[in-house]
Design a protein around this ligand. Sequence first.
Ligand code: COA
Length: 294
Amino acid sequence: MNYTAKMLREDALKDKVIVITGGGSGLGKSMTKYFMELGAKTAITSRDLEKLQATAKELEAETGGQCLAVQCDVRHYDEVEKMLQEVLSHYGKADVLLNNAAGNFISPTERLSANAFDTIIDIVLKGSKNCTLAFGKHWIDIKQESSAILNIVTTYAWTGSAYVVPSATAKAGVLAMTRSLAVEWAKYGIRSNAIAPGPFPTKGAWDRLLPGDLKEKFDLAKKVPLKRVGDHQELANLAAYLVSDFSAYVNGEVITIDGGEWLKGAGQFNLLEAIPEDMWDMLEAMIKAKKNKE
Ligand code: COA
């Protein structure tokens, strides 16, 4: 099986202008690269302009496409408005907003300062809100025929998760925003969807979330029914589909791409996976013997 193959045809995103927040590294960078391979013009944003410029140069050389680096701290609405203006004056339009920028760290919640909690809420929830509001107002204002918002959330947006409470709280808000605006803004031709990725290793996030030897101690691949982590291309394929016209009728959806990870933690009897085949023979015999006596 080849799950790292590229899914869409070469011109699938031709001439679409896609803005990817947090596009300078990690999953944002991988998605940006694939969008460019499919003909999209891209703009990547983050606080670190130098890193963005290096990424833009690298992706342009690799794909032959266009990538604009725009410095923007999504926590500040005025910076987001400026970023949108820069994209518009460079490309003349924007078609897709990908809210990918995020911040997270593991910590028992009672150890967090109020400012630490706020920092994550501000990046994830307020940042996604700022971008969504600025782009949405613009699209509605100019009566753009079709546009799309894609939000990167996580499966613990609906299950919650211990030790990443600010992130869980903020992502739950982003998911609610996705579904709410899917209905409210559909009349303006704006689709809103989300992706909930499971473990897709990236240097930045994984070193932060599983520092030191935690990576070996908590091998996340073992928690996944498919027994592996995700490949960046698998996520890029899904993201490209959701921002393309092929998904024109998909609106208000959150698509989980996690190898079955979150459901494994949910099913009451899932832990029976630990039982070996010969023990099942024994258990079956015991259950049947009991039934025959009743
Ligand atoms: N545990 C507890 N508190 C922490 C922390 C940790 N691991 N890391 C930061 N904080 C606290 C700081 O102490 C500070 O609170 P204080 O002022 O009360 O002391 C607050 O969080 C803000 O930290 P600061 O470093 O000033 O914030 P920042 O805006 O520079 O950084 C982060 C934002 C914390 C999210 C940083 O990790 C970051 O930029 N990460 C990159 C993006 C990322 O995390 N990507 C992964 C997405 S899954």
